[in-house]
Design a protein around this ligand. Structure first.
Ligand code: PNS
Length: 164
């Protein structure tokens, strides 16, 4: 069985992420979406439990996809999951340098692990979690950018954070 790991912060998941998950699920037997755990260095808006839950609510239509939290080195998680494939999305050229370094570093640490890059649909090349958070915090419309199943919950969470 060919398994792929799709890691990220997913703070929160966007329609661009979902597009990559759907494409990957058609190519691999199984896909695990790996959500980086909150730690002292990572300042995420949403808790890891919330970020994982948002993804689970968005992928109910995909039978060969699950979601797990991971901590520490990604390559260790990939090995523990008995995979050797990391999936990363590339939207625009400016993503490339960071992704290139990360893929090479992961390959240097473990030659058996390969990073594959996928392009999301062009409708999502301008979509990122950080822009969505900024728009939502300023009461802008994010309907077209996040999965419909989690839209209201994201807005409620952001409103709670704003009023706390
Ligand atoms: O969605 P992001 O923030 O671009 O995802 C980055 C992520 C979580 C995939 C990356 O930071 C990562 O792999 N973190 C785990 C720690 C690790 O393995 N670091 C070395 C990467 S070369």
């Amino acid at each position: 069985m060919k398994k792929a790991i799709y890691p990220g912060s997913f703070d929160p998941i966007t329609n661009g992420h979902l597009d990559i998950i759907e494409r990957t699920s058609k190519i691999f037997d199984h896909v695990t979406v790996a959500v980086a755990i909150n730690n002292k260095k990572n300042k995420f808006l949403f808790s890891d439990i919330k970020r994982k839950k948002f993804i689970e609510q968005s992928i109910k239509h995909l039978k060969n996809v699950d979601v797990k939290l991971f901590d520490g080195l990604l390559i260790n998680f990939v090995i523990a999951e008995k995979s050797n494939i990391i999936i990363r999305g590339l939207r625009v050229l400016s993503d490339f340098e960071y992704e290139f370094r990360m893929a090479l570093m992961n390959r240097n640490m473990n030659e058996a692990i390969t990073t594959l890059f996928m392009m999301p649909h062009e409708n999502y090349t301008h979509v990122s979690s950080s822009i969505i958070k900024e728009i939502a915090t300023l009461n802008g419309k994010i309907d077209n950018y996040v999965p419909k199943e989690i839209l209201n919950e994201i807005i409620e969470c952001i409103n709670d954070i704003k009023s706390s």
